[in-house]
Each structure stands twice: as C-alpha cells, then as structure tokens.
Design a protein around this ligand. Structure first.
Ligand SMILES: Cc1cc2nc3c(=O)[nH]c(=O)nc-3n(C[C@H](O)[C@H](O)[C@H](O)COP(=O)(O)OP(=O)(O)OC[C@H]3O[C@@H](n4cnc5c(N)ncnc54)[C@H](O)[C@@H]3O)c2cc1C
Length: 425
C-alpha cells in the first residue's frame, strides 16, 4: 500500500518544521590546529547539573518532534508512530543532522534497545502506556542486564523474580547500567526458575526505576565521569502485566535487545572520516610536531585510515541487510571488533606522536585531551560484547571452529557453579 504522503511531500514538511524550530549548523569549519574544541573523549562525561540541563533540552526537542510527527516515523500508528517506510526516517535523519539540535544520546538505549523489545514482547496495555511516552522523550529507559557475575555469560544472571499473585518480587543486583540515574523505566531480565538450565529459567520485565526498593549507585570511571551505575533491587514489586513475553522465555527477549544493541554500536562509529579521530586531525598533528615527512609515521597514519575504511564498508554490508529486512550475521561482530581494534591503533599512533604530553595536563592544545580517548577505549572494548566474545562469534560462525565449551545448556542453573554464586538461588 503506498504511503499517504510522498517522500517529496514529507521532505518539504520536515524542512518547514526544522526551519521553524531549529538553527542550521554553522558550516563545518576547516580543521586548524590549535583552534576550537580539542575534545576527543569517547564517553561524554559532564557534571550532574549539566547532564540534567542537557536532558531537559533533549526532552523538549523530542516532544516538539513527536507532536509534529517526526519522532517515531516508522512506528505503528496505534502507539503513536507514523507507520511510514524506513526511507522516510532516513530522509528525516539526514535533514535533522544539518541543524543544531540537542543531543539524542540520552535516548540511545531506551529507543534503540528497550522500546523495540517492548514493542515485540509486551502486552498491548504496556505498549500503550510506555511507547508514546518513550518516543516523546517524556520518559527515559535503561538496560538492566549485566550483573557482577554475569556479563559475557549473561545467562548466568542471578537476580531473582518470585511470583506473588498478580505481582513479582525482584531481589538482586545489576551493574554497569548506563544512564540508570536519569532513567524512569528499565528492561530487566531475572531468574524465575533455577531448576531449569540457565538459558531457560529467565523472564523479562519492564520495571519502574522510581519504585520503592530500587537503589541506584553511580560508579566512577577512570576517565573521571560516572555514566554507569550499580542498581540494587530489594523486594521491588513488578505487576505481572509488565512481563515481557512468557514466563521463563526471557532469553528470547534478551536476544531481541542484544541484536538491537549490536546494530546500534556497530552502526555508530566505524568511519574515521567523520569521527573524532579523523584523518585530517591526525595529519595536522603530524604537521604540528614536524613529523609530516617521516615515512614511518606517514605509513602508520595511512594504515589506520585504510583499516577504518575497510570497517566502514563491512559495517555498511550489515546495515544494508538490516534495511532489507534480513537478520545481520557475524558482520555485526566484525564491525564492533574492527571499531575497537582501529581505535586502539589510532591511540598507539597518537601516543607515539605525543609521547609524555598525553599523560600530563600542561594546558597545551590537542595533547592531553587525547588521554580521554586512550582511557575510553577499554570501555568500548567491553560494551555490547567484549572483543574476545566477538572473536568467538567470528571463530564459530565465519571460520567454522568448534563451539565455546563454556556454554552449559542442559544442567539446571541451581547445580552450576557460576560467577559469584555462593549459595543456591
Ligand atoms: C561502556 C559500557 C556500558 C555498559 N552499559 C551497560 C548497560 O547499560 N546495561 C547493562 O546491562 N550492561 C552494560 N554494560 C556491561 C557490559 O554488557 C558487560 O561489561 C559485558 O557484557 C562484559 O561483561 P563483564 O564486564 O562481566 O566481563 P566478563 O564477561 O566477566 O569478562 C571478563 C573477561 O573475560 C573474557 N571472556 C569472558 N567470556 C569469554 C569467553 N567465553 N571466551 C573468551 N573470553 C571470555 C572477556 O572478554 C573479558 O576480557 C556496559 C559496559 C560498558 C563497558
């Protein structure tokens, strides 16, 4: 069935809205060493006050967009979407990128991972209750998966949910929860039957982050900020209608979220050209330190550039599959692995050029700022699946190597010795 509005009409409507509500970005300035911001941090870390101000600005912009029909272009109409083909979303994204609008990073996890899972697995009342508010930016969502003893091996998680009539009582601890401190709801995976094998006794829920018994404690990172949290659940009551999918089918729910996570990380940053570590910036750094004619540095710079380009095209293959409605295969893992390897190669090159300047803050432009890039890479290597886990996927699914022996899919969870489990759940 053809869309009610042509792409050209939509584009016109979008331009009118943007012109009326936002300012066009100033032309990208030509990079000049020593001018402008020298920030190259991988994690955007700010004070809590500034974070709240930016969140409010981002929410205001989302609400405006939503009310005008540009915040959930492909979503079903019954939950506030516009039900247009994804080509229309691409038109919107490319137009919006030309305007100076508040950061969308606060909504990355909620809209990129949690909302698609709610849409796929929640009951209609829960979809009605949360999806319009999430897409309007009125509420923010977080992902409550990892635990101290369950990260790569997520199915070893121990947070328990026990049924009590029409409710579930949740007890346990999650960790590394990005943005939990400003989130209103979370997608949580809990163990509901320890007598089943570890992947089979799990259930997903939508949990109210303001409910009694939810305690959020920030974790300080080595880069200085605190974007992640520990979240403790002490007898937190969750209504049964907030369950995602069937009881003990939470692994399928988790996989929906993880597929969306890898797609958003891999899709996010494999291009050196537009990224913070772009070739112009690195080339100018060589020139500034008088190394532009040194063959070894030049060779390293070109190697890094080529590696980013190769990753960009591999990533494009995965994105094209998603756009064509296919499930991405191991390309997603290759893209994620290449991204972190290439970031590391960049960091090594920069560290060679800068030497001790990267470790001491002397106020010299474009030098110590790279410290934030170098220190952030470890987090990137871990988030959304570690390098080693990505290598396992490539080994098994591309090279056909034997399966990782660590996956015990038949023993009841209660009988496994996992993570920090000290007593039977
Ligand atoms: C920036 C960032 C943001 C995050 N945000 C969130 C969030 O919002 N919500 C959330 O739930 N979690 C989040 N996480 C947590 C993240 O999902 C986990 O850190 C990740 O899954 C790894 O788990 P772990 O830290 O427990 O490490 P472990 O799984 O304990 O791994 C430790 C080491 O062992 C290696 N290893 C583990 N298993 C294998 C294997 N089978 N084969 C080979 N090597 C292996 C790993 O590669 C790693 O080097 C975030 C993490 C980071 C860094």
């Amino acid at each position: 069935m053809p869309a009610e509005i042509t792409e050209e009409q939509f584009r016109q409507e979008a331009v009118e809205f943007l012109e009326a509500n936002a300012k066009v970005k100033e032309e990208e300035q030509k990079f000049v060493w020593g001018e402008g911001d020298d920030k190259v941090a991988l994690f955007d870390e700010k004070s809590r006050e500034r974070e709240l101000e930016e969140l409010a600005e981002a929410q205001e912009w989302r609400a405006k967009k939503y009310d005008a029909g540009f915040a959930w272009i492909t979503g079903p109409k019954e939950y506030g979407g516009r039900e247009l083909p994804s080509a229309y979303e691409r038109i919107w994204n490319s137009l919006e990128a030309k305007y100076d609008v508040p950061s969308a990073s606060f909504f990355g996890i909620g809209l990129g991972m949690v909302a698609p899972t709610i849409l796929a697995h929640a009951v209609p009342e829960v979809k009605e209750r949360y999806l319009p508010k999430m897409y309007r930016g009125d509420i923010v969502g977080c992902q409550l998966f990892s635990e101290p003893g369950a990260g790569s091996d997520l199915a070893s998680l121990q947070t328990r949910a026990v049924r009590d009539g029409d409710e579930w009582i949740v007890n346990g601890q999650k960790v590394w929860t990005s943005g939990a401190h400003y989130s209103d709801i979370g997608e949580i995976i809990c163990r509901t039957d320890p007598d089943q094998p570890k992947h089979k006794g799990l259930t997903g829920f939508v949990v109210d982050m303001h409910a009694p018994g939810v305690e959020v404690r920030p974790l300080r990172q080595m880069t200085g900020g605190a974007s992640f949290n520990e979240v403790f659940f002490n007898d937190v009551r969750v209504p049964d209608d907030h369950r995602l999918g069937d009881v003990n089918q939470g692994w399928t729910v988790a996989l929906t979220t993880l597929m969306n996570e890898r797609a958003s990380i891999g899709g996010g940053g494999a291009g050196l050209g537009g990224g913070i570590a772009n070739a112009t910036r690195l080339g100018e750094m060589l020139r500034h330190f008088g190394l532009q004619n040194d063959a070894t540095y030049r060779q390293e710079l070109v190697k890094v550039y080529i590696a980013f380009q190769v990753a960009k095209f591999t990533n494009q293959r995965a994105m094209d599959k998603i756009k064509a409605g296919e499930l991405p295969g191991p390309e997603m893992s290759i893209a994620k692995l290449s991204l972190t390897n290439n970031m590391w190669a960049t960091a090594q090159l920069v560290a060679r050029i800068l030497g001790p300047r990267i470790t001491a803050d002397t106020g010299e432009w474009g030098t110590f700022a790279w410290n934030q890039f170098v220190l952030g890479i470890s987090g990137m290597r871990v988030a959304g699946g570690t390098d080693e886990v990505m290598k396992n996927i490539v080994g098994e699914r591309v090279l056909g190597l034997p399966k990782d022996p660590g996956i015990d899919s038949t023993t009841p969870f209660r009988d496994l010795k996992v993570g920090t489990q000290t007593s039977p759940v």
